[in-house]
Design a protein around this ligand. Sequence first.
Ligand SMILES: Cc1ncc(COP(=O)(O)O)c(C=O)c1O
Length: 416
Amino acid sequence: MDDNNILQCIVDYEPVFWSNQRENLISDIDITMEDIIDAEKRLQRFAPLIDRLFPETCGGIIESPLVKGESLKDELEKVYDTKVCGEFLLKCDSHLKVAGSIKARGGIYEVLKHAEKIAMDQKMLSKDDDYSKLANKEYRDLFSKYKIGVGSTGNLGLSIGIISSSLGFDVTVHMSSDAKKWKKDMLRNKGAKVVEYEDDYTKAVEEGRKQCEIDSMAYFVDDENSKDLFLGYSVAALRLKNQLEEMGIKVSREHPINVYLPCGVGGAPGGIAFGLRNVFKDNLYCYFVEPTHAPCMLLGLVTGKKSSISVKDYGIDNITEADGLAVGSPSKLVSNIADKLIDGIYTIDDEELFKLLYITKETMDIKIEPSAASSLKGPIAVKEKSRGIHIAWLTGGAFLPEKEYIKMYNRGKGLK
Ligand SMILES: Cc1ncc(COP(=O)(O)O)c(C=O)c1O
């Protein structure tokens, strides 16, 4: 399909697959493998602190399981009446400790890096110290003088809100109209301030950024531009490599990995794709997935307008039950480099998300949210010959309150 035809299908809310001819190299990007390793080392320095604050992490490293999804693959083949060649694995960020979603990776990393800088500037910390002392009263008192702000559709807010208040920061989360009530309630319970907007994600980010700019003690976590968020996400690739090795799975040119990543503003999937591309090079095919009603990254790439685009410019309403993906304009940082990272993007209808959410529970007993469910259609939606290993990145779900989840599950059951 040429770009004009695909544009018309996108505008008509039709699910599409767009293939990217990846010609440019990641060596053109001014972030490097050394930066990823530096981020991983920082997370290791912080492990004693995370272990003290969140003992459920067992050792202070926040990482999710990689599991085999054979029974789910069988069900997908039945539902879509097709064959999926190769192994099918699930990367369960849905069950990441501390914040319950992919956004825990970057969000927590950026706040920790900020805290490290403040403590080092005050000569209260050096790299060789036991970082668990950062939970002591004198550090909480220090951090309480500083403000942190973030704009979010929900899950980034949860991750920033939870880690910031656990360190003692004065944290405010600016939330778009798509953000679910339970996420706002949870944040308030954890001690974060929540500002609600009637408008979309882009507006929430803009307002949050503006308020932080006029306050010298405030720091804004910028989901549209932040290199630190990006690097926090990218570390997932190093961890995935180890997990594949532990499972005895060999990755090669003949046996590549095909990774499917749900995309909202693009920070989390962009950071992970960047990490994966550095680690697996050409033994990787990497795809983003967006809702048919919020395909901002796809529109940005197909039109070449990148982050200056809004789905609303094309009459697309940005209304989707995949709240984490309800974003009208893509990240500047990621949309500028996505063509070097990914092999394509597919879009998916909301109704399908519920069906996939339901069959994931039935076959694997894994609780996911609609945004996460989008990744499961990867091996079916990608219309290229794919071989090797398929990895659907389940990006969120464990924190969903049972009452909310049951409604989604029943909706999916009704559709099957
Ligand atoms: C569950 C879930 N999946 C995927 C994403 C996409 O991440 P990003 O907005 O960085 O593209 C989000 C974003 O909040 C999310 O909450």
